[in-house]
Design a protein around this ligand. Structure first.
Ligand SMILES: NC(=O)c1ccc[n+]([C@@H]2O[C@H](COP(=O)([O-])OP(=O)(O)OC[C@H]3O[C@@H](n4cnc5c(N)ncnc54)[C@H](O)[C@@H]3O)[C@@H](O)[C@H]2O)c1
Length: 268
């Protein structure tokens, strides 16, 4: 359904070609926004942006385009922000969504180099994008949304490196929210639980029993299913468009995965 909740606002979404980022891009285009997606896969990014643009044209509002950017490279992020401002003149919302969850394994099997690389992708890239986009966001009194994870606050089996990157991202979000409040720039985090995306499918494919892995993923929520990217997109749109007195908050969207007690250890 078309609406004008974010009409003519300019939104940059990293990793907007797939999963949650794509779900966000669709919601913002539907709301009349000018959306710039980036990722480090030229073919996928170009094709997804073309579909988004067709959607915008059909509804007569909003638009979408793609800029290649590997968020691990500072010069690519600089180019993403410069290209967006050259195209649209401003930035109202930055959604730092690009990230990766490596296969599960104990700490003994993670190398330091793997941890450093993941920090670079999931955390340092966000610091860099915020730093480069902030002069523009201060001008529009815009906002930043960082895609963290539920596991930042509850931990996850065999995921020390990933949980650490997301925990740091949530902490960074709160600290930046304090610093940017005088500039009227809001900074929020979203912490999804299990959202069914190509990243989740990667985990299913790598599991010894893929069918069981999918079923366990669905059963982990009190709502009895995984979330979908559009549901996260709708939360992002609400934070950007309507939640104008909300900053420094970690917004959990998990279908209740963290609620109550469960069987977590057995003695026999
Ligand atoms: N799916 C979930 O259940 C879940 C849960 C919690 C948090 N998250 C987080 O949400 C975000 C999106 O996850 P998803 O499940 O949609 O994953 P996905 O794999 O479907 O999409 C990831 C996107 O990031 C892009 N990307 C990856 N590396 C990049 C790089 N170096 N430079 C630029 N773009 C890059 C990909 O091209 C893709 O567009 C991630 O930060 C992830 O950690 C996902």
């Amino acid at each position: 359904m078309t609406n004008s909740r974010y009409a003519d606002k300019v939104v940059v979404i990293t990793g907007g070609s797939s999963g949650i980022g794509k779900g966000c891009a669709e919601e913002f285009v539907r709301a009349g926004a000018k959306v710039v997606i980036c990722c480090n896969n030229e073919e996928e990014g170009t094709s997804v942006a073309a579909n988004l643009q067709a959607m915008a044209r059909a509804q007569g509002a909003g638009c979408a385009s793609f800029v290649y950017c590997d968020v691990r490279r500072t010069e690519d992020i600089q180019n993403l922000i410069d290209a967006t401002v050259a195209r649209h003149g401003q930035i109202d919302c930055l959604i730092n969504n690009a990230g990766w969850h490596p296969p599960h394994k104990p700490i003994d099997d993670f190398s330091l180099e793997e941890f450093r690389e993941l920090l670079n992708l999931n955390l340092v890239s966000v610091f860099t994008a915020c730093k480069i986009a902030l002069p523009h966001l201060r001008r529009t009194r815009g906002n930043i949304i960082n895609m963290s994870s539920l596991v930042a606050s509850i931990g996850q089996y065999h995921a020390t490196t990933y949980a650490a990157t997301k925990g740091a991202l949530t902490a960074f979000t709160k600290a930046l929210a304090i610093d940017e409040a005088p500039n009227s720039v809001r900074v929020n985090a979203i912490s999804p639980g299990n959202i069914y995306t190509p990243l989740w499918q990667e985990a299913i494919d790598a599991a010894p029993d893929p069918e069981q892995c999918r079923a366990d993923g669905e059963a982990a929520q009190v709502l009895g299913r995984m979330g979908c990217p559009e549901e996260v997109g709708r939360l992002c749109l609400f934070i950007a468009a309507e939640a104008t007195f909300t900053t420094g908050v970690d917004h959990i969207i998990s279908g209740g995965a963290e609620l109550g007690y469960g069987l977590k250890s057995r003695t026999e």
